[in-house]
Structures are given as structure tokens and as C-alpha cells.
Ligand binder design. Structure first.
Ligand SMILES: O=C(O)CCC(=O)C(=O)O
Ligand SMILES: [Fe+2]
Length: 320
């Protein structure tokens, strides 16, 4: 594997001070919560700070299965990972297997991971309100060098600035670490309490002394949940060590009354390309169908075609 990153200029923070963000990195360990016995504390922490770390979410057998899956598919379908000929999207981000659920039903048991999912459900307003949005595997290859991904937020909904109460959130992302993440390896990194700022600069100015960039370290099997408006990045490690991760996005379903006359609609679709395979989109169990009910227009067209493989192939990430 010979993947080399190109260094990205720091446009979100202060390029004179740091390669990423403002360089105010706080390496004191973030608390990690047991998702079963400490679910209340974990949800309170997320509600307050916009992220939470959950400990030991995958056991040794699950880790072996998921790592084995990644290694096997990198051999069998290198193009699906962007190995060899790099993909037009996600170039320079490392490797990604964007849509493994399309062809691998053996992953279905993982769409609601047994340790982290109850926390996810609580944060989105209860298990009847959780919707699938995206599922992928990623790898920063060994020796890829520095990348300096900019701090950013993912998809957001405008009413986050004004609605009351703020929670439940609109989207959240879970990142399960499939390899150990420690100083020296690339790590997911958050700016706590930053979700209600328009820019990273505004968070830096607004949070003042409290502004911090917190790398989240943890052994393989740790899980980070973050609210998508929270500023974050992949903080580079030493440029040599690898990191493998499993990313899953969830959205909030259903209409929700607020303290005002405003009624929150279901979250919009996260992406215009993510596809749900027929076995899940049209699942006989209505609860599973509801979980997979957030369809984008590409999905609508694919379903209308009878899930025609040629229609899928025409889509940018249909096969890659
Ligand atoms: O890989 C990471 O640690 C962060 C990735 C990320 O923020 C993104 O792809 O939006
Ligand atoms: Fe992101």
C-alpha cells in the first residue's frame, strides 16, 4: 500500500500557530463512559459538550471480525477502498470503503451496535426516532504522512441556533476505533462546546480561555459519539502510524414539538448519494424499515428502477 497525503493548508484556524486549528491541543484524557452502567452520565456529557467517548464497545471477536472484513475486502476489492487507482472523491483523505452494506449482509448485525446503540437512541429521542444515514470503514494507511485535515463540522440544521430545547440532536456520528488510537497515531479530535458557532474562528473567539482541541485516544473497541455541528478533525499523528475506523451516521426521525410553536421536522437527508440496499430498505419488519426510511433522491430513483444494478453503477459511489 503506497498512499501519500498532500498537506492541506490550515484555513479554519491560525496557520501561523499550527498545522491544524489554533494549536491549543489539550492532551489530558477525555472521560470514557461505560455505555451500559453509565448511560445517564454519558448522555449528560454529550448533551453538555457535543461529544462523548464510550469504552469497550466491541469485544475481541467483533474486532477480529471487522478487521478481518476490512483486510479481506482490501484484497478482494481494492478499488472499493480506493487502493490502486484513487477515487475521485475522498482522495487525500485516506482509504474509505464507502458503502459496504450494499453487498455484505454479514454486516447487518452491526447497524445497531449492541453497546453504543442504546446511547445513540437516547440522544436522538428514543429508539423509535433513530434513522440510518451512512455506514463506512476508513483507514489512514501506515506511512501516509501528514494531511492536516481542517477543523470543520459535518451536516447541520439551521434551527440548532434557535430551537429550544436543543436536544435531541439532528444527526450524530459514531466512530468505533478498530485499531488502538494513542499519541502518535491519527486521532479523532473535537473542540468541546463548539456546536453553536458559525465558524471555528467564532468558537475560538467565543469560548475564549475555554477553547480547546481535544484528541480522543482509546484502545481498539472505543467509540466516540459526536453531534455533527461540533467542530472536529482528524488530528495527525507522527505521519507513520495507521488508524482504522468504522464510521456510522444516524439521523433523527419524526415530528417533534418544542417549547415554542415551532415543530421540528425529521432531519433532512445527510447525503445525496448514500444508498440503502433492497433487503434493508424494504425489510419485512416495519421497525427496520422505519430505521432505513430516510431516502435521498438517488435512493428514490434506485428503488423505482427495481434496484437495477445499472442505475447503481451510474452513481458516483455506487461501486466505489
Ligand atoms: O477520520 C476522522 O477522524 C475524522 C473524519 C471526518 O471528520 C469526516 O470525514 O468528516
Ligand atoms: Fe467530519
Amino acid at each position: 500500500m503506497n498512499v501519500q497525503f498532500e498537506l492541506q493548508p490550515n484555513v479554519s484556524g491560525d496557520a501561523a500557530a499550527a498545522k491544524q486549528g489554533f494549536g491549543r491541543v489539550d492532551r489530558s484524557p477525555a472521560p470514557a463512559f461505560d455505555p451500559a452502567s453509565e448511560i445517564d452520565a454519558a448522555c449528560d456529557f454529550f448533551g453538555e459538550h457535543g461529544y462523548v467517548v464510550l469504552s469497550a464497545c466491541l469485544d475481541a471477536a467483533e474486532l477480529a471480525f471487522l478487521n478481518g472484513f476490512c483486510e479481506r475486502t482490501q484484497e478482494e476489492r481494492p478499488e472499493a477502498w480506493g487502493l490502486g487507482r484513487r477515487k475521485p472523491h475522498h482522495t487525500n483523505q485516506g482509504l474509505i470503503f464507502s458503502q459496504p452494506l450494499l453487498d455484505y449482509p454479514e454486516l447487518d448485525p452491526f447497524v445497531q451496535p449492541h453497546r453504543s446503540y442504546p446511547v445513540v437512541a437516547r440522544l436522538l429521542g428514543g429508539k423509535d426516532h433513530v434513522r440510518y444515514a451512512e455506514f463506512n470503514f476508513r483507514e489512514t494507511p501506515e506511512g501516509a504522512g501528514e494531511r492536516a485535515m481542517n477543523f470543520h463540522h459535518d451536516a447541520v440544521v439551521a434551527d440548532r441556533f434557535t430551537r429550544a430545547p436543543y436536544m435531541p440532536c439532528d444527526f450524530l456520528c459514531s466512530i468505533h476505533y478498530l485499531s488502538d488510537v494513542e499519541p502518535g497515531s491519527p486521532s479523532f479530535c473535537v473542540v468541546p462546546d463548539s456546536r453553536r458557532f458559525e465558524t471555528l474562528q467564532a468558537a475560538f473567539d467565543g469560548l475564549g480561555e475555554a477553547y480547546r482541541e481535544v484528541p480522543l485516544y482509546g484502545p481498539a473497541g472505543s467509540c466516540v459519539l459526536y453531534d455533527t455541528p461540533t467542530y472536529h478533525t482528524r488530528l495527525d499523528g507522527d505521519g507513520h502510524r495507521m488508524r482504522r475506523t468504522w464510521h456510522q451516521y444516524y439521523a433523527r426521525g419524526g415530528w417533534l414539538r418544542t417549547e415554542t410553536r415551532y415543530i421540528r421536522p425529521p432531519s433532512p437527508v445527510l447525503t445525496d448519494w448514500n444508498l440503502i440496499p433492497e433487503r434493508l430498505a424494504l425489510h419485512p419488519d416495519p421497525q427496520i424499515r422505519a430505521f432505513f426510511s430516510h431516502w435521498n433522491t438517488a435512493q428514490g430513483e434506485w428503488a423505482a428502477s427495481g434496484f437495477d444494478p445499472e442505475v447503481r453503477k451510474a452513481m458516483p459511489r455506487g461501486e466505489q
